[in-house]
Design a protein. Structure first.
Length: 121
């Protein structure tokens, strides 16, 4: 969204929300996209084994997971339900977040989602 044009990406005037809303649709989509990307980062970090860091990983992450106890629980659940294919869930979430934010076109995000979804199965 161009900050100085006074218009949103959809071409509508960027008003403060004449319908009583504080945020317009583009701003809500961007906030949702950042939240989905944060979820993708959380999933990715929770699936990284601490053994990647060698012996220092055990000292840095005494819970056995980069995210902590919650990350360990998420890792356990994902591996229990989906198995090793859980590694593709952060890719799916990132593709979804980039699409919701309007930062990639629909075709590119669909291709990545189909690839990751197919590998997930």
């Amino acid at each position: 969204m161009s900050r100085g044009s006074g218009k949103s990406r959809s071409g509508k005037p960027a008003t403060g929300g004449g319908d009583g809303r504080i945020l317009d649709e583009d701003q809500r989509n961007e906030i949702l996209a950042v939240a989905i990307l944060a979820l993708a980062l959380f999933l990715a970090l929770s699936l990284v084994p601490v053994a990647v860091f060698g012996s220092a990983g055990d000292r840095w992450f005494p819970t056995g997971n980069i995210i902590g106890v919650v990350g360990g629980a998420v890792q356990g659940l994902l591996y229990a339900f989906v198995g090793v294919s859980a590694l593709f869930l952060p890719v799916l979430a990132a593709a979804w977040g980039l699409r919701v934010g309007g930062w990639v076109n629909a075709l590119a995000s669909l291709r990545v989602a189909l690839l990751a979804g197919g590998l997930l199965l």
